[in-house]
Design a protein around this ligand. Structure first.
Ligand SMILES: Cc1cc2nc3c(=O)[nH]c(=O)nc-3n(C[C@H](O)[C@H](O)[C@H](O)COP(=O)(O)O)c2cc1C
Length: 387
């Protein structure tokens, strides 16, 4: 249920996005909202999705839409969940934790990033059975295997292996803004922070209670390393990590739970993943952040659905801001939809309350749009795409 008082102030995620952009200092704002290069990939995600038209039919008996979704052995209350976002805690302090809490309370999946500013064990406690863990496959197999062990021990039953960062990406805006890990308080960064007092105060409180933000999931692999260069070397193994088919087979052998591969766009690779025994895919171009020329998920999803058949679990992300966007993806063949930036903007705009409010708005929009379309089941949606 949407809280009417919150709704009056922020009736849509688009309003929250605008407020969030104003509240975050430039180096964080650019880190989150930009894609890569000139931003063509990011724009394509948004434009392709918004170009999907759906035909309403009005002369039906009005029936209650079936909103919940069975996916990978669990039932989720809505057809959407929280995508993994690295350094999400830099967007607003504790955003991953509050999103995990809100997702669990609403029976939605929350995916903890390897690069979350909270440890995988702690995020599993927040998300409970609704937590999934996203793995960046380190080129050092001992780290990879240890993370898989820790994820299992923490109680995760779904592992999401992201394959679309074979190399550390050059992001011009981060370089220009001097945004790097760990944060260096250069005059430019200090100036940016000074422009955004709400963000500065929230982070100062956090800094005074727990110190500088870290990536706690990775801290055990940095113990004993004295210089920044040594630490950076280890961190690099997690962001320059080509994942071969053989590595995926090895992970499939080790991980007994559900295995999902994220970042698939090519139909032959989609088939290969299925043949290796992967349980589901996230069709995604990483929010337009990796390869500017990569196609949007909208462009490739129907082909992948056709190739893998109607029953293979397909999750998708990129560009979603409103409930209608979720239904557009379901109409093109997805079973489930993730949102990255939208949820983190919500927390940046409103603090803790933003997490649940964003989820409640999306749920209300999904329900309203299903009724407006005259659809009872998500399976009714593909026939409504206007070709
Ligand atoms: C700031 C930021 C950090 C991200 N970090 C990760 C990550 O750590 N792991 C990952 O698999 N995807 C990561 N992604 C990609 C998201 O999981 C997701 O694919 C993307 O945000 C979807 O697009 P949207 O933001 O338009 O919803 C990140 C995206 C953003 C915006």
């Amino acid at each position: 249920m949407v809280d009417p008082a919150l709704d009056q102030k922020f009736p849509s995620i688009i309003d929250m996005e605008k407020a969030a952009i104003r509240r975050m200092p430039r180096f964080i704002r650019d880190y989150v909202r930009h894609g890569i290069g000139r931003g063509d990939g990011l724009r394509r995600n948004r434009d392709d999705l918004r170009s999907v038209q759906l035909m309403p039919r009005y002369l039906n008996e009005l029936t209650e839409p079936e909103i919940s979704v069975d996916l990978l052995g669990r039932t989720y209350a809505q057809p959407f969940g929280v995508a993994p976002v690295g350094a999400g805690g830099a967007v607003w302090p504790r955003s991953a934790e509050v999103l995990a809490d809100a997702a669990a309370a609403r029976k939605l999946p929350f995916i903890a990033s390897t690069f979350a500013v909270a440890g995988l064990e702690s995020l599993r406690e927040h998300a409970g059975d609704y937590g999934w863990f996203q793995l960046y496959v380190s080129s050092e197999s001992e780290y990879r295997d240890d993370l898989i062990r820790r994820a299992e021990k923490a109680g995760y039953d779904t592992l999401v292996v992201t394959i679309d960062i074979p190399v550390a990406t050059r992001r011009d805006h981060d370089t220009r803004n001097q945004f790097e890990y760990p944060l260096r308080f250069t005059p430019r960064i200090m100036w940016d922070i000074a422009q955004c007092p709400a963000w500065g105060c929230a982070n100062l409180r956090q800094f005074l209670s727990v110190g500088m933000p870290k990536f706690p999931t990775l801290e055990p692999y940095l113990v004993g390393l004295k210089t920044q260069a040594e630490r950076a070397e280890v961190m690099k193994t997690f962001v320059s990590c080509p994942v071969s088919a053989d590595q995926l087979r090895a992970i499939r052998d080790k991980w007994k739970g559900k295995l999902v591969v994220k970042g698939v766009l090519d139909v032959d690779e989609a088939r290969l993943c299925r043949d290796i025994g992967v349980d589901g895919l996230v069709v995604s171009n990483h929010g337009g952040r990796q390869l500017e020329a990569a196609p949007s998920a909208v462009a490739v999803l129907p082909t992948i659905r056709e190739a893998l058949g109607p029953d293979y679990p397909l999750i998708v992300d990129g560009g979603v801001r409103i409930g209608l966007d979720i239904l557009r993806y379901l109409a093109l063949g997805a079973d489930f939809v993730l949102l990255g930036r939208a949820f983190y903007y919500a927390v940046a705009a409103m603090g803790e309350r933003g997490a649940g409010h964003a989820m409640d708005i999306l749920a209300a929009e999904v329900d309203c749009t299903m009724r407006q379309l005259g659809c009872r089941y998500y399976n009714d949606l593909p026939a409504r795409v206007v070709r």
